[in-house]
Ligand binder design. Structure first.
Ligand code: MG
Length: 157
């Protein structure tokens, strides 16, 4: 078994939605990012790569590479899952947390779980998505951006 953790932050910018867990969530801001700026999938990708000892998302998909401009972050997760599979690993479970003052995520939680389970090729009941505010403290509390954390466990295929 191998464990991995991931963390990501993006600043809010102009826009009318944020991508979170592969789901389009309406909001009065967007995020500043080279790709689609999906913090949840970026944290998940780093957790997957970390568990397998494969570095981080920036090494595999550098934001200096125009290939990834506006990229669907699902691609990063799928690529990481394929790299793990080649090395004999499968995902046992994933536990994810979004840290944001807004948007509210309650209505989007189940679609996010379903999409993440699909990307990881696992049952939805071993994918957990949590959301918290930071009680108005710090950059997240001031609404300057949002963050996500991810933990995954890998087992042999
Ligand atoms: Mg990111």
């Amino acid at each position: 078994m191998r464990i991995g953790s991931g963390f990501d932050v993006h600043a809010f910018g102009p826009g009318d939605h944020v991508m979170l867990g592969g789901v389009r969530v309406p909001h009065d801001r967007g995020v500043r990012a080279h790709s689609d700026g999906d913090v949840l999938l970026h944290a998940l990708c780093d957790a997957l790569l970390g568990a397998a000892g494969l570095g981080d998302i920036g090494q595999h998909f550098p934001d200096s590479d125009p290939t990834w401009r506006g990229a669907d972050s699902a691609h990063f997760v799928s690529a990481a899952v394929a790299m793990l599979a080649e090395r004999g690993w499968r995902v046992v479970n994933a536990d994810l947390t979004v840290l944001a003052e807004a948007p509210r995520l309650g209505a989007h939680r189940e679609p996010m779980r379903a999409r993440i389970a699909e990307l990881l090729n696992i049952d939805v009941d071993v994918v957990n998505v949590k959301a918290t505010t930071t009680e108005k403290l710090g950059y997240i509390g001031r609404g300057e951006g949002l963050a996500a954390m991810a933990s995954v466990l890998l087992g042999p295929r």
